[in-house]
Design a protein around this ligand. Sequence first.
Ligand code: GDP
Length: 444
Amino acid sequence: MAFEGLSERLQGSMKKIKGKGKVSEQDVKDMMREVRLALLEADVNFKVVKKFVNDVKERAVGQEVMDSLTPGQQVIKVVNEELTSLLGGEQSKLAVSSKSPTVVMMVGLQGSGKTTTTGKLALHLRKNHNRKPLMAAADVYRPAAIKQLETLGKQLDMPVFSMGDKVSPVEIATKAVEQAKEDHQDYVLIDTAGRLHVDENLMDELDHIKTAVKPDEVLLVVDSMTGQDAVNVAENFHERLGITGIVMTKLDGDTRGGAAISVKSVTGMPIKFAGMGEKSDALEPFHPERMASRILGMGDMLSLIEKAQTNVDEDKAKELERKMRTNELTFDDFLDQLSQVKDMGPIDELLQMMPGASKMKGMKNLQVDDKQIAHIEAIVKSMTKEERDTPSVLNGSRKRRIARGSGRNIQEVNRLIKQFDEMKKMMKQMTGMQKGKKKGGGMK
Ligand code: GDP
């Protein structure tokens, strides 16, 4: 996950000030020296760092902090607010045109993840917004690109418009929009050609497509692993083409995250989505506020809850919530939850979003694949009803009996019980955080 190193360092630098009942100018200065180094080390653009540090200092030694009852925490709040603003402030949503279809042009360098992101975005629009997207293959130079998009279309059961590689990209794009109108598709996502470097011919061609189809969005796809280069690329594309938004890809990798933090300040254009993996469902709407909280170790409960909500059966969720509140969680619920978590994605990623979750060692080793679930099921089914409902009765001889009955070994039984306890803890934390934090919907 991106930002891991930065996140750790920032939290470290804020530790001292956090609990202080009195904060001096020197305290703020000391903290900001460390914050500055942490940001530079994460490859954040130095001008951006300078401005950020000055903005925080100015506010943190001002009245709003000094006069408050909890100055230490007030400083952290300022850092959080300024980081949110650096990342773009308010969430910037994808355009919806008043006349259908909405045309989105995908641009970016080769290898940035353009084609993959086109598929992800199409899926996101259909799954989360009930839209009907058409993907158009306008990259006629990379022979595999058209095929790649067509394969993606088949996998996702999504229409793809292509005319082979002998037709000009301008014509493909124009015809794709006409086709979408005819078929009542409400989005057209045009996958354009990339090059290894910013190149005049490419820019000319993109400009021609833009003039021909008048897109509602020109989304620049940038690879966050390329660090400062990503920021330069974004500046170049914006100057030459006028982009409307950015998709940062590969934020799941071990990038230091600097590009994602600088790109909005440097180009003035918002990050609209973040690519969090190679799979088609690994695209998240970018929420500056949530990302800032995640970086500062305050967790990202809202994204987690949203993820959970798309996978959860309403009645079961209500019952579960009641049980969590009253601490009545049983092993049967645990099994049920695991099957649902399996559909949400890797546990490690989910844990990243939770405040304080890094301390839950037991959960980290929890694999949720079909085989593991079958093993866990065998263990749970070997328990008596009493044991499933009241796990505290599980003593050594009962555990041995369960191990024998399920054909698993005693260590596995012990591990499962430990994980169950961790999950209980996690659930308790989640219900606590969920209270009063929900916000309105809309296009994300
Ligand atoms: P294009 O040349 O810009 O169309 O790039 P592709 O869509 O072919 O992607 C290049 C490579 O990056 C592929 O191997 C993708 O699977 C990978 N990729 C794209 N987005 C992400 C992402 O968000 N995370 C990770 N880990 N890999 C990604």
